[in-house]
Design a protein around this ligand. Structure first.
Ligand code: CA
Ligand code: CA
Length: 233
């Protein structure tokens, strides 16, 4: 049965039009609705990867990392996040000095791992090739993932109490262009412990587990699938 991929249209379909007015336009998020990836083709080219993982990896690449919608991840994508961090938390904030300090190292680290043709751009194929090398059972993910996960947690944890609440998550994700309602919905999904209970605050250990799930869980019910916004596939 062919796999139908609902592209990023979901984020535009759920919210009423009045909620759409923000700086995302300026970041080119509107371009993200274009169907530039043929998911069938990607699946065909990477038969050794679970199609659900491929869909998640493509989605994280396109929505989360490729901030300027250039179809590659490059330094300006990282720089745009730094700029948004400044807009959200202020030019004098602890957050901006932390983001400035960390982002360049994270970018260089990603290049070292993934940029196999050394053009300072990470293409979707390079991204998939990096991720598919990971032995999920043996947990052989590169340190880079844990560094990025820790970076996000520390950036988001403004009150520095070692847990993230929905307001902190929402502010943090807005540095990546995500909308408030979208963040609230995602938080509800990934903070779920069982049918009746959600965590109000996410400790670092839980965050790390969710981050790993977001990238590598093949379980469609894993809460971490929604860490970078609700997925619909
Ligand atoms: Ca880009
Ligand atoms: Ca490259």
């Amino acid at each position: 049965m062919p796999i139908t991929v609902e592209r990023t249209t979901s984020k535009y379909a759920i919210w009423p039009a009045w909620m759409e007015i923000d700086q995302d336009q300026q970041l080119g998020t509107d371009l993200r609705c274009t169907n530039w990836i043929d998911m069938q083709e990607l699946i065909k080219n990477h038969k050794d990867v679970d199609p659900f993982l491929l869909q998640k990896w493509e989605r994280i690449f396109t929505l989360f990392f490729d901030r300027n919608a250039s179809h590659n991840v490059d330094w300006s994508d990282f720089y745009l996040v730094v700029r948004r961090v400044r807009d959200i938390y202020g030019a004098e904030s602890v957050q901006i000095s932390y983001a400035k300090k960390s982002m360049e190292a994270l970018w260089q680290g990603l290049c070292k791992l993934a940029d196999s043709d050394s053009d300072q751009l990470i293409s979707l194929d390079e991204w998939v090739n990096l991720l598919k090398k990971v032995d999920i059972k043996q947990r052989t993910e590169p340190t880079w993932f844990n560094d990025y996960s820790n970076f996000m947690f520390k950036l988001f944890d403004v009150s520095a109490d070692g847990v993230l609440d929905v307001a902190e998550y929402t502010d943090g994700m807005s540095a990546y262009g995500y909308k408030t309602a979208e963040c609230h919905e995602a938080f509800k999904l990934f903070s779920r412990v069982d049918k009746w209970t959600c965590l109000e605050k996410i400790p670092l250990e839980t965050w790390k587990k969710l981050f790993f799930e977001a990238f590598f869980s093949i379980d469609k019910n894993a809460p971490g699938n929604h860490l970078f916004g609700k997925i619909n596939f």
